[in-house]
Design a protein around this ligand. Structure first.
Ligand SMILES: [Zn+2]
Length: 199
């Protein structure tokens, strides 16, 4: 016999698909919602739908935004000569939090992973190469996670850009190997950025 009514059971199932939320946490959240007011539940549902509907990827850098191009790409105070290459939109947020980067970004949307069938054409690499060829861009900073896939992707991009006049650099060590840029503290990330080395 089912423990929960079918609608509640469905809610638990959907919540447990979210990252970091197992069946136990999903059950706790669902039960908490059942004891909240209907107005609060409706507000949460509306916030999810509205955020999803209004948020899009910037056509220039790939970061999450509500206006295209995003505010970072169009900010006249940002240094247009430096582009920081990251894996995911959340990495942009991690760097912005450090307040130590004044250039612009390029989100790849993943890392090369032949075993998972992810090749260069699946990532925003062609658009990066195009950006790197514009005269205003003088330096590309590769800020990918120091995992096997991150290193392979950095090498691929460095090779691809080796014939261009753009300078290619990489984050200094300091980010734990296999670690997540997203979870690195602001100071570590800021220092890794400032002490980057040329490839
Ligand atoms: Zn942008």
């Amino acid at each position: 016999m089912a423990v929960f009514p079918p609608t509640l059971d469905r809610l638990v199932q959907i919540l447990s698909r979210l990252p970091g939320i197992g069946r136990k946490s999903a059950t706790r959240i669902a039960l908490k919602l059942m004891s909240s007011s209907k107005a609060d539940c409706a507000e949460l549902a509306r916030a999810i739908v509205e955020a999803r509907e209004k948020t899009l990827k910037c056509s220039q850098c790939g970061a999450l935004t509500e206006v295209d191009p995003c505010r970072i790409c169009t900010d006249p105070r940002r240094d247009r000569s430096v582009v920081c290459v990251v894996e995911r939109p959340s990495d942009v947020i991690a760097f912005e939090r450090t307040s130590r980067f004044r250039g612009r970004y390029h989100v790849l949307g993943g890392l090369l992973s032949p075993l998972d069938g992810i090749g260069p054409e699946d990532l925003r690499i062609t658009s990066l190469a195009k950006r790197a060829c514009t005269p205003e861009v003088q330096e590309i900073i590769l800020a990918l996670n120091p995992t096997a896939e991150g290193e392979a992707t950095s090498l691929y991009i460095a090779k691809l850009l080796s014939d261009s006049s753009v300078r290619v650099s990489k984050l200094a060590s300091g980010i734990p190997v296999g670690g997540d840029l997203d979870l690195a503290d602001d100071l570590t990330l800021g220092t890794a950025l400032e002490e980057r080395r040329e490839l």
